[in-house]
Design a protein around this ligand. Sequence first.
Ligand code: UGA
Length: 425
Amino acid sequence: MPEKEPIGVIGVGWVGLVTAACFAELGHEVHARDIVEDKVASLSHGEVPIHEPELPELVTKNAERLHFTTDMDELLENAELLFCCVDTPPTYSGDADLSRVDAVIESLGDSNEHALVMKSTVPVGTGRSIKRRRDGLAYVANPEFLKEGSAVRDFMKPDRVVVGADDDSEEFAQRVQALYEPLGAELVRTDVASAEMIKLASNAFLATKISFINEIANVSEELGADVEEVARGMGLDERIGPKFLQAGVGYGGSCFPKDVQALKQLAGNSGYHFQLLTAVVEVNELQKRRTISKLQKHLGSLVGKEIALLGVAFKPNTDDVREATSLVLAGRLHGEGANVRVYDPVAAERARAILGDARICDSALDAVNGADAVVLVTEWSEFEDLDWGGEVKRRMRTPLVVDGRNFLDREVLQAAGFTYEGVGR
Ligand code: UGA
């Protein structure tokens, strides 16, 4: 075996591409396979189809070690550790759709020289069920904890690496472990089911933390406390920690909404009613809509009002719009009879079909032109740099800002004559 183990990556979506590029950066030959020919073709020319900081540079830098293909045999010939990175979207029932994972297993044939290393987020019990169906296949659970917008950094400096394998796959588990050794992270070596649960429980806990602080924010609005101060004071307690205590217009994205639902469903399937997660989901849904009443408080009826949404992506530094709060808000505003215009530095086009009647603008200034209110939905740094007191205020019909992320400088805006509504303050 060469000094650096070659690896295979199956599914070159967001997780797969980051995984492939980062392992190549660590010196491995990486054979990455996707079924979408156009994507493979453009990646082979160094074109990265998603917006993720540092990723295009990494793909270009490691082009010689990155081999993109549509051919599964190329992976089977060149690598023994095959990282499964296909997506597992939610089904109507709230369970995860595992059809793409099943297709991957089909495509492995009956080889027993390979190990399937599962990075896709799967329900607890998936590893066991795959092994039952596919006798002799080595299986390692290796969940990912990357955040969109900082995925490359998260991969290279992980808080922990989780490797789950049962006794029959021990040798392969050690080889997976070895891949991560240069990163110097804490290793959690465990069984497959526990590794699967670590992934779902981590996302569910972070979502719970967000819904919790959003409820504290809502109560603070009623009682005159400032949630930013409350979060600061709470976060200094080491047992609580300062992260994921940012109150706002709710969490979105391809992970929290799906994984919270999947864990709730999974518990339900086994007869357990996971009450806490039911509340976490409900709080988040209501949180996405609270902005409407804040607008009505100042504008009265929203019929015919011009509302500018700044930010469409579910968070900054990504063009991902899945489960984004902007989409719910645009729909609700439209329902109230308002005219909606949106601006996002990278994500608006992706959402064009879902945004319905909303007008997509080329710049933030274009979006605020003649607006009765601005709602800051995504905290892109360029929104902080806008000339709020000058150009923005001049262009708006009414100087009203609903800052859905407590991102802007409240004092500066108020001093400039804006009516400012934050979250929980
Ligand atoms: C999340 C997890 O943080 C990753 O560890 C995990 O690997 C990933 O899901 C996944 O399962 O693939 P991601 O969805 O990229 O990552 O984004 P986050 O940074 O976690 O943000 C999720 C949502 O929560 C965003 O809408 C964000 O605006 C919101 N959020 C986050 C808050 O409202 N408040 C906070 O304090 C933090």
